[in-house]
Structure formats: structure tokens, C-alpha cells
Design a protein around this ligand. Structure first.
Ligand code: PSV
Ligand code: MN
Ligand code: MN
Length: 404
């Protein structure tokens, strides 16, 4: 490994890449995993129960700790309430810290209560809107108790048929609810507003795209930003362009990484379209190099949001994390000066080559070396699979905690 790395390093240095700086960046890069990615999930056709799935939030955290142990870059875990509801969040905080982790984003769940059949914060019934707002306020309290600074908001609100709801009334209700939440949040907390163009509403969704999320976030002010979930766009959308645009406006707050072939498929990150993932990181790295966008870029919350329906969950999470890290490492190898020069000279093919060639670099020797320097095994997946945890986990039996 180390001989392979030396050759690799020499080649990059010849090109003028500051390899030490790249290694430092990779070491400080973190990605959050979701508690729900460790539990049972499925499609609308079937939830396949897996043996060994966590029976409680505490066991989900134990699984998340394994992902962190072998990758070294996943020190925080997002929670979803009420999926992860407990009586004592102080205990959760303590337990999380004892595992060397932290609770990350708190996600209110505004889509699985019967009352939300016709919407939550956009429901025509003011009592249901109030209930939804109260649930978000409860999540602010939970965030305080676990020392989290992020509320991650996704609303399933939408309609199935023309005429079912009044778009503008619903827009006002959304705005009012977000304003109530904003007033209850501490100054150092952020709300990340996620958009999705359809599902479960098949005619309209109240926050359908980044422009609507951006509009709400702008009206709310400094505590609100936009969250980009890679599975929430129509086919063909240029997601990296959206990323660059939001970054430049100081409104890019976070990501839900996953991959898709068709709809909101929630597959392993980078499994279908690794080039798109790389191009997104190319914009993020470029943004971090620019003094205008540096601060926003450095505070972007990188989170995974996927569901593992047929694959073993911990290895699937490790695979996603490694794919994210690989895309980031490749983006750090783009020769930005040369790219700028070629862009300014109208060198279309030359500019495209700078970007593509970074994607084509094999970064495995680099990542192996970084892991060695971090005291980790060079191949985290292999190390995890050999650790015996997958077998030990089976003692939990079948019928763990899932979606409901
Ligand atoms: C909705 O599709 C979503 O992306 C939201 O982020 C939810 O919180 C999450 O999925 C639930 O899996
Ligand atoms: Mn999401
Ligand atoms: Mn989704």
C-alpha cells in the first residue's frame, strides 16, 4: 500500500497538487449518518425484516458507532422524532457521547400521524396546523437536550388532485409555521428546509423545489437555509448548478446524500451516478476556496438519507460513506487554476478535461494513506466485515425497530 502511495504522491506533486493539504482536508471531512438507515425499512409493497436490526435508538447508535469506528468520519447521527422518541434525552446524550458520537440533526416527523392525512402545517384545519407546529417546537426542546444545533425539516404536505387545496393559502400557512419555529429556536440553531417535487402528494407538493425552499428560507432570515436531497429532483435536473447557486447566496445548509435511478429511490450514495456526486463536490470544493462562499461551504451539514431495504444496513452505510469520501477526495484534486484559465480562454474541451481527469484519478492509495495516518484500517469495509459485529448483532433477533 505504502509503495503504491509513494508513486501516487509523486505523480500528483509533479502536477503541482499540494498533497499534504489534500490529506488534511480529507481528515477533517465529516458525514452524518441517519438513525433510520440502521432500522428496517421498505417500499410501499413490503418491509423485509432483517435479523439483528436495532430494537431501540440506543442500538441504532451502537451501529452508527461501528460506521464511525471503521471510517473515522461519521461522528454524528441524525434522529427522527417520534421514530427515536424516548423519555429521557439526557440519557441519549450521555450514551451517544460514551460511544464517541454526537447527535446531529433532529428531524420532526410530520407525515405518519393520521391527523396529517390532508397535510400538517399546510392543513386547512387550524388545530392540526397547531399540532404540527407544536411537534416542531418539541423538536427544538429535544435539540437543546441533546445539544444539537440543526432542525431538518421535510414536509410531506401536498395534494393529489387539482382543486384539492388552495396553493396560496397553503403557502401562507407554511410561512406562518416556519416563523413560529424560527421564534422558538436559539440564535445558534439552524433550520434546514428540504424540498421534494412529488410524493406522497402526486399533484403538488408545498415545497416542491429549491426555489420555493430558498424563498421560505430567505423570508425567515439567518437561521434558515436549504437542504438538498439528491433524490428529490425531476430527472435531468442539474443538481450541481443548484448547489453552486445556493452556495453563492449563503443559503446552502445541508445535504441528504443518496442515489437514484428513477424517483426518490434512497439507494446507496454514488451507486448509480458517481459522476454527479463528484460534480456536486467539485462545486463545494470550489466554493470553499472562494472567500465569498467559504464560510457557507464550511458549514454545510453533510448527511446521508437512505433506506436499505434488501441489503445489510451497516455495510451499506459504510459503502455510502466511503463513496462520499471518494467523491470529495477526487474533487480536491481538480486543478482549479488551470480550470479557471481554460474557462476564461473559452477552451471548452480543455476545461472539461480538467474536471473529468480529476474524476478519473484512482484515489484509493491516497485514502489508504490517510486512514493509516488516522490510525484506521486502510480498507474499512473489510475491517468491519472481519470484526464479527455483523454476526454478534444477530443476537438481537428479528423484528427490530423500523419505520413505525
Ligand atoms: C423524504 O423523502 C425524506 O427525504 C425526508 O428527508 C425524510 O425525513 C426522510 O426521507 C425519511 O426517510
Ligand atoms: Mn431526505
Ligand atoms: Mn427522500
Amino acid at each position: 500500500m505504502s509503495k503504491g502511495y509513494e508513486v501516487w504522491e509523486e505523480r500528483q506533486m509533479e502536477k503541482g497538487i499540494d498533497v499534504e493539504r489534500v490529506k488534511e482536508k480529507i481528515k477533517s471531512f465529516k458525514v452524518e449518518t441517519p438513525s433510520w438507515g440502521y432500522g428496517d425499512s421498505g417500499t410501499r409493497f413490503k418491509v423485509f425484516k432483517q435479523a439483528g436490526v436495532p430494537r431501540s435508538l440506543f442500538e441504532k447508535l451502537e451501529d452508527a458507532a461501528q460506521v464511525h469506528k471503521y471510517t473515522g468520519i461519521c461522528p454524528s447521527v441524525a434522529i427522527h422524532i417520534p421514530w427515536d422518541k424516548v423519555d429521557d434525552y439526557g440519557e441519549v446524550k450521555e450514551f451517544t457521547e460514551s460511544l464517541g458520537l454526537k447527535i446531529g440533526a433532529v428531524n420532526p416527523n410530520l407525515f405518519q400521524d393520521d391527523d396529517y392525512k390532508f397535510g400538517s402545517v399546510c392543513n386547512a384545519n387550524p388545530e392540526i396546523r397547531k399540532k404540527a407546529v407544536n411537534h416542531m417546537l418539541e423538536c427544538v426542546e429535544i435539540a437543546r437536550a441533546v445539544d444539537s444545533k440543526i432542525l431538518s425539516l421535510w414536509f410531506a404536505d401536498g395534494t393529489n388532485y387539482p382543486g384539492q387545496g388552495d396553493f396560496r393559502d397553503r403557502k401562507h400557512w407554511m410561512q406562518e409555521s416556519l416563523a413560529e419555529l424560527d421564534a422558538a429556536m436559539d440564535d445558534d440553531m439552524r433550520m434546514l428546509i428540504e424540498y421534494k417535487f412529488y410524493e406522497p402528494g402526486f399533484y403538488h407538493t408545498d415545497i416542491a423545489d429549491w426555489g420555493m425552499a430558498y424563498t421560505f428560507a430567505t423570508k425567515i432570515g439567518k437561521k434558515a437555509q436549504v437542504l438538498v436531497d439528491l433524490g428529490h429532483h425531476p430527472q435531468g435536473t442539474n443538481v450541481e448548478h443548484i448547489v453552486a447557486f445556493l452556495l453563492d447566496e449563503g443559503k446552502l445548509g445541508g445535504f441528504h446524500f443518496n442515489n437514484r435511478k428513477y424517483g426518490d429511490d434512497d439507494l446507496i450514495v454514488g451507486s448509480i451516478n458517481p459522476y454527479e456526486l463528484f460534480l456536486i463536490f467539485n462545486e463545494l470544493v470550489a466554493g470553499a476556496c472562494d472567500p465569498w462562499t467559504k464560510e457557507t461551504a464550511e458549514n454545510v451539514a453533510y448527511m446521508i438519507d437512505q433506506s436499505h431495504n434488501i441489503e445489510p444496513k451497516v455495510p451499506a452505510m459504510i459503502r455510502s460513506v466511503l463513496n462520499v469520501q471518494t467523491a470529495y477526495a477526487k474533487a480536491l484534486l481538480v486543478d482549479r487554476e488551470l480550470l479557471k484559465e481554460r474557462q476564461l480562454n473559452g477552451d471548452v474541451l480543455g476545461a472539461e478535461a480538467v474536471v473529468r481527469e480529476a474524476f478519473e484519478i484512482d484515489v484509493r492509495p491516497l485514502l489508504g494513506k490517510v486512514r493509516e495516518e488516522m490510525g484506521l484500517a486502510p480498507d474499512p469495509m473489510k475491517a468491519y466485515l472481519e470484526s464479527g459485529y455483523e454476526q454478534k448483532k444477530l443476537e438481537r433477533g428479528i423484528g427490530g425497530k423500523g419505520w413505525e
